[in-house]
Design a protein around this ligand. Structure first.
Ligand code: 13P
Ligand code: SF4
Length: 303
């Protein structure tokens, strides 16, 4: 506790010296969420990165999030606590594979989940997050969409749109681990609880949801609902904001495996060190960034 207090003091001082802003995803460790200027889901954090006046953005999340921030704010310095914090789902789609699919479906628009590399975004018509996926897919011209990389979110969107979706077979290791059996056991144990679930989970698990939505949507739903008890089908870090927003309510995570090891690579000590050394920095080659930026900016304009 004493060490963390010192780290927090040092962080405040460095933040001022560097004119830095700290953005943290809801899946980060509590000790990081506590010191963030903004906590949020992927969508809100991309918006904050695009809007900030700070000189330095410290992005606490996984690598693709830092990249998206750098693409949206090319004149800022973007640093991350640990460059090993990747996203396995983002690595499941290759540029070659996507190009082949585009050649096979020349009339389809490419809609890419923000959980993807800058190179994939550069091959994309429009990006989306779990917060706006249905809206984004419905917004594109034509009736065919190539969707990368999350098959589970893709399946959820397909059920909520008339467009024909060609869906890549990627998935999130963490959310995909949750099974129907896990949820049924929890429902039997907590019969008064509602099940709130992220659409990165398997279709048959999402099917069981009393509410389906992005991390922010889940937090908002639980806060506004009359229900007092919830079984939560998303990453365990979300508990920090859930408990902050709904102090009287009870939250049970649907499985002890709902922990993203990549998100947890970051910690307070590494965050302070990054701001001290201004390393590691995100670099995106300008020709890639310029192409990728179009797909992210189009997303931010979808109403
Ligand atoms: P959201 O932030 O859109 O809820 O996405 C969840 C996720 O897995 C981020 O890596
Ligand atoms: Fe990637 Fe899943 Fe971790 Fe999000 S929770 S960073 S999608 S592995």
């Amino acid at each position: 506790a004493e060490q963390n207090r010192e780290l927090r003091e040092r962080l405040l001082q460095l933040k001022k010296e560097r004119n830095a802003i700290i953005l943290a995803h809801y899946y980060q460790r509590d000790e990081i969420q506590e010191v963030a200027d903004f906590r949020g889901d992927s969508f809100l954090l991309a918006q904050k990165a695009a809007q900030t006046d700070a000189d330095v953005i410290v992005f606490c999340g996984v690598h693709f999030m830092g990249e998206s921030a750098k693409i949206l704010a090319p004149n800022k310095t973007v640093i991350i606590p640990d460059e090993r914090a990747g996203c396995p789902m983002a690595d499941m789609v290759s540029v070659d594979g996507l190009r082949k699919l585009k050649a096979q479906h020349p009339n389809a628009k490419v809609v890419t989940y923000i959980n993807s590399s800058a190179e994939i975004k550069a091959e994309t018509d429009i990006c989306c997050t779990s917060a706006n996926a249905v809206k984004v897919v419905n917004s594109v011209e034509g009736d065919e969409v190539i969707w990368v990389p999350d098959k589970n979110l893709g399946h959820y969107v397909q059920q909520n749109t008339d467009k024909k979706m060609i869906i890549w077979e990627g998935y999130c290791n963490t959310h995909d681990m949750l099974t129907v059996k896990d949820v049924e056991e929890m429902k039997a144990k907590y019969p008064n609880a509602q099940f709130v679930v992220h659409p990165e989970c398997r279709p048959e698990v999402v099917e069981l949801g009393d509410f389906v939505g992005s991390t922010t949507a889940i937090i908002k739903y639980c806060k506004e609902s009359d229900c007092q008890e919830f079984i939560v089908g998303t990453e365990d870090g979300t508990g920090y904001q859930l408990r902050l927003d709904s102090p009287g309510k009870t939250f049970h995570f649907a499985s002890k495996y709902l922990v993203c090891p990549n998100m947890k690579v970051n910690n307070l000590k590494k965050l302070v060190k990054a701001l001290e050394t201004m390393q590691p920095q995100i670099y995106v080659p300008p020709h890639v960034a310029d192409q990728a930026r179009l797909s992210l900016e189009r997303m931010l304009l979808v109403k």
